[in-house]
Every structure is written in C-alpha cells, then in structure tokens.
Design a protein around this ligand. Structure first.
Ligand code: NAP
Length: 368
C-alpha cells in the first residue's frame, strides 16, 4: 500500500535544484489527482545560507519558492538540525541533495540511519572513499531507507539503473566504456571532428569556456577527475571495490607546466604554448584513420579502470558522438559482441533533474 504522506526536504536550489522543484510541483499536482498516490509535502528547502521550512510539517506552497527562500528570515539550519527536523516528521521523509557538497555527502550514513531516504545527483558520496560507500549502503540496509543517485553519472540518462538491472538480473558485465563528460565530449568533437579538421586545442578550450561548457577554471574538467569519479561509481556497482577515484590511472590534459599557475584565466592565456602536444596526438590518430577521444573504461574481469585519451575507428559509435553528448557502452555476456549503448545529453538542469525526480518516484513507489 502506498504511504499516505511523504515529507520532502531539499538542499540546493541552483541549476539542477530549480528544475527539480518545478518537476516536483508537477508531480505533486499529478499525485493529488490520484487517490492511490501518496501526498508529497515539501517541508524543508535550503541553500548555502538560507533555510525555509514548515515548523508544523504542512506543505510549503510552490509559488515563488525561490524568492521566498532568498528572503527567508528563519534560522539557517545546519545539516544535523535539518536531519533532526526531517526525522521528526509525522511520516516517511526523503532528503534531496542537489548540491555538490562533500560535507553533506559525508553525512549520508547518519541521514540514512535515521530512516530518511536520499535522492541526489551529487557524485561525492559514491566516488569518495570506499568506506563511505560501504557505510552508506549498510546504513540504508539496516534502516530500510533507500538511496537513489541515478544522475550522478550521465545526468538523466539511465546509466545506473541500466547497470543495476544488468547486475541484478544475473548478466555478466565484462566491460563498460564511454565518454562520460559533456565538456570533454564537446572539446573532442570540435577539436578532432569526423568532418573537417577542427580548431587548435587551446582555441577549442576557450570556446567551450565561453559557451559555458567548462567549469569556471577549465583545469577542473581537464584533470580527468570528474570522469574518474563517474568510473569509480560504475566500477563499484559492477562489483569492484575501488578505493578512490585516484587509485587507478587517470590522464590529465593539463600540461605539467600549467598545473600550478594561479588562475584559470592565466591557464587559458598560456595554453596556446602547448598546442603542439595535442596536435601530435590528433595527427597520430589521423595517420591510422582514427580520431582521438577522452574516454573512461572498466575491464571488469581484469579489474582495470582507466581514464584518458584513446584512438577510435571513424565508424565507432564513440567517434560519431555529437555536441556535448555522453555515450556509455555496456559489454555483457547476454549482449555479446554488440554492446548495450546509452547515449544522449549528459548535462543540463532539466535532464539532470529528471534523473532526480525519477529516483524520487522509485523511492515513493518502494516506501511502505
Ligand atoms: N548541472 C548539471 O548539468 C549537472 C549534471 C549532472 C550532475 N550534476 C550535479 O548536480 C548537483 C547540482 O549541480 P548544479 O549545477 O545545480 O550546481 P549549482 O548551480 O552550483 O547549485 C548548487 C546549489 O547547492 C547549494 N549549496 C551548496 N553547498 C551547500 C550547502 N553546504 N548547504 C546548502 N546548500 C548548499 C547552493 O547554494 P547557493 O545558491 O546559496 O550558492 C546552490 O543552490 C551537483 O552535485 C552536480 O555535480 C549537475
């Protein structure tokens, strides 16, 4: 039987958080028209310095929520206080973490041990230490709370659910390979396109930054850590006890000489001096009739995970990727030589929020 009323707390109202709130509003309206659906009540929302909550656990109205949060004069609650507030709700509670905070991620075991389920696109908890990973899932198993983190890899693309379905139905996943970063996808699809010759590496990085595809300091994309975090999550779900995202080879595209320059702007200014390195890589691939792409791969049988540049035949699906799309190929015993492929936008507020909202729906369906 569906629970009568479920209480939702949301942390983070940025690019993804705002889209999620709008999707949550539609969902709650849809549920309200169906007697067998639970009543979902948003009772808590916070940003880094602001909190808005309903002391008596009556639902906060969705109208002008961002403005009301920005103007809230209620005491800003710490995460511990927020956990206390949600665990005292008169029914099941779900915390939606729409931040990229490591500090919040570190406290997931405490949240779950109070019986509060978690939905999040935040990679930090699942790609941090292996101990945190184990603590999260054992806390959930003990309390019966549920964790959903679909959007932590490939945004709203069904990557984690697909891998879980393969594993849980007894297929043998032998290899996972793909382009896991929208930024890297955009950069290489422009730098080494299937048609035309592409621009200079530094010019493509600059263009990607101007179009908003990179982090404020592009080195945070080029160091490969974001991809390494996603690979850590998938490798663990495939059964490999990966210690951390720095415990396997990760190729950084930051020239050694520019690792320690003070700012992202200075980095961009000096990057053209190192264009020849990437030009050589592109030319070497072209000589073999191939293109270069930045990929991550997990060889499950060999227990090998790696992130870096690889050459692909021009007919390979990874070579043919467009724009900033992600592509993830699952090689399994059942699927044989032709992998199961998930492909599409791997970033963006609406699609990422879709993964969060669908995770919330799965939890609502399973909570009893
Ligand atoms: N954007 C994408 O395309 C995408 C794709 C896949 C996954 N994700 C993941 O989705 C998450 C959110 O991304 P985003 O793009 O929405 O980020 P964002 O625009 O920077 O928003 C982050 C929000 O979290 C709040 N916040 C940060 N630290 C907090 C804390 N300690 N306590 C309370 N609130 C805190 C911020 O508060 P203020 O507003 O006060 O600063 C802001 O509202 C991240 O984990 C990201 O990796 C994003």
């Amino acid at each position: 039987m569906a629970p009568k009323e479920v209480y939702i707390g949301v942390i983070g109202a940025g690019g993804v958080g705002k889209c999620f709130l709008s999707q949550l509003e539609s969902l709650s309206k849809r549920y309200a028209t169906n007697a067998s659906s639970p009543k979902i009540s948003l009772v808590f929302i916070s940003r880094s310095t602001k909190t808005l909550y309903s002391e008596k656990y009556t639902a906060l109205p969705f109208e002008n929520l961002s403005t009301k949060l920005a103007n809230s004069t209620q005491k800003h609650l710490s995460l511990t206080e927020a956990i206390g507030f949600l665990s005292a709700a008169p029914g099941k509670a779900i915390l939606v973490d729409n931040t990229s905070s490591q500090n919040i991620a570190d406290q997931y075991p405490q949240v779950l041990s109070k019986g509060i389920s978690i939905v999040t696109p935040n990679k930090k908890a699942f790609s941090g230490s292996y101990k945190l990973w184990q603590d999260i899932f054992s806390a959930a198993a003990e309390s019966g709370a549920i964790v959903s983190h679909e959007s932590s890899v490939g945004a709203g693309l069904p990557v984690i659910s697909t891998l879980n379905d393969l594993v849980n139905t007894g297929d043998e996943v032998t290899k996972i390979e793909g382009v896991f970063s929208g930024t890297m996808s955009f950069l290489f699809n422009s730098f080494a396109p299937l048609e035309g010759s592409g621009g200079k590496w530094s010019a493509e990085v600059m263009k990607a930054k101007e179009l908003g595809y990179t982090e404020p300091d592009p080195r945070d994309d080029l160091n490969g850590l974001d991809v390494a975090r996603k690979l850590t999550i998938l490798a663990r779900l495939a059964g490999l006890p990966i210690e951390s995202p720095t415990s396997f080879p990760v190729q950084s595209l930051i020239p050694k000489e520019l690792e320690s320059v003070a700012s992202g702007d200075e980095f961009l200014q000096k990057l053209p001096q190192f264009d020849s390195q990437m030009e050589e890589t592109k030319a070497a691939a072209e000589k073999e009739g191939k293109v270069v792409r930045f990929v991550g791969s997990i060889d499950v049988a060999k227990k090998e995970v790696k992130v870096g540049l690889e050459k692909f035949d021009r007919s390979h699906p990874i070579a043919a990727l467009k724009g900033s799309d992600n592509i993830i190929s699952f090689y399994t015993k059942r699927y044989g030589a032709n992998p199961l492929i998930v492909q599409g936008a791997g970033a963006g507020g609406e699609v990422t929020a879709m993964g969060v909202t669908s995770g919330l729906i799965h939890i609502l369906e399973r909570l009893s």
